[in-house]
Design a protein around this ligand. Structure first.
Ligand code: ADP
Ligand code: MG
Length: 238
């Protein structure tokens, strides 16, 4: 677990600046949701936290240490995407243990971690199946399993439920919430879905066009939006 600090983060692709100085403090163990319309910079911000994009300016710290130049592998972060990208030729168990195997973790320890994660995710009976034999929700659970076996200090989710149907989305929201609560892992969750943000977040960061419009609890944003953008995006009666 770790706190995350974004201090005046800027991102430019060539001469095009897309993140214009974003500052957010995330407490250890918090579930923070980044929400905003498509193209506002959510994924870019998340990828900078993960170390998958260079930071043009500003300071990123994790657990109080500046990590601007730390490679992704050294950040102890696990990321779950909307396209789960499971390996089709590997079983559920092999998919979940693969990153540990690459990291040289002994086989027996991999087995224990995969079993524990599978149990927590309701996948214990499915470890020998292949991704092609799973439902969308099951595949999403495997993607989460791959993340949790690594005992990361931070979880990053980028619209992980957007490929699922509405009913399953509601179920998976609750599952992700309860899993995060039981592990206590600091989590940054990206979505463009206001309802998802309102129901899942301890703290919401509302973004618009590369800037933060407001940060606060769901209740605070609903009751006291700072401006029209937040009010209309969150759906409060302003
Ligand atoms: P979101 O995840 O909120 O939909 P993104 O972070 O993907 O938004 O994108 C933010 C902005 O940055 C968009 O205008 C997008 O076109 C631009 N962008 C993202 N990735 C690149 C890239 N590799 N090169 C140039 N522009 C990019
Ligand atoms: Mg995105």
């Amino acid at each position: 677990m770790a706190s995350i600090g974004l201090d005046n983060i800027v991102k430019a692709y060539g001469s095009l600046e897309v993140i214009h100085g974003v500052s957010v403090d995330i407490d250890d163990g918090d579930f923070v949701v980044l929400v905003g319309p498509s193209g506002c910079g959510k994924s870019t911000l998340l990828r900078m936290i993960a170390g998958l994009e260079d930071i043009t300016a500003g300071t990123l710290s994790i657990g109080g240490t500046v990590v601007n130049n730390l490679p992704p592998k050294k950040r102890n972060i696990a990321m779950v995407f909307q396209n789960y990208a499971l390996y089709p030729h590997m079983t559920v168990g092999q998919n979940m243990g693969f990153s540990l195997k690459l990291g040289g973790v002994p086989k027996a320890e991999i087995g224990h971690k995969v079993e524990a994660a599978a149990k927590a995710l309701g996948l214990a009976e499915l470890l020998d199946r292949f991704p092609g034999q799973l439902s969308g929700g099951q595949r999403q659970r495997v993607a989460m399993g791959r993340a949790i076996v690594r005992d990361p200090q931070v979880f990053l989710f980028d619209e992980p439920l957007s490929n699922l149907d509405a009913k399953l989305r509601v179920v998976m929201r609750a599952e992700i919430k309860s899993l995060q609560a039981s592990l206590g892992t600091t989590t940054v969750y990206v979505t463009h879905d206001q309802v998802e943000a309102m129901t899942m977040a301890d703290k919401i960061v509302v973004m618009n066009a590369g800037r933060v419009e407001q940060i606060g609890s769901p209740l605070k944003l609903f009751n006291e939006p700072d401006n029209m953008f937040v009010a209309s995006f969150i759906g409060s009666p302003m």
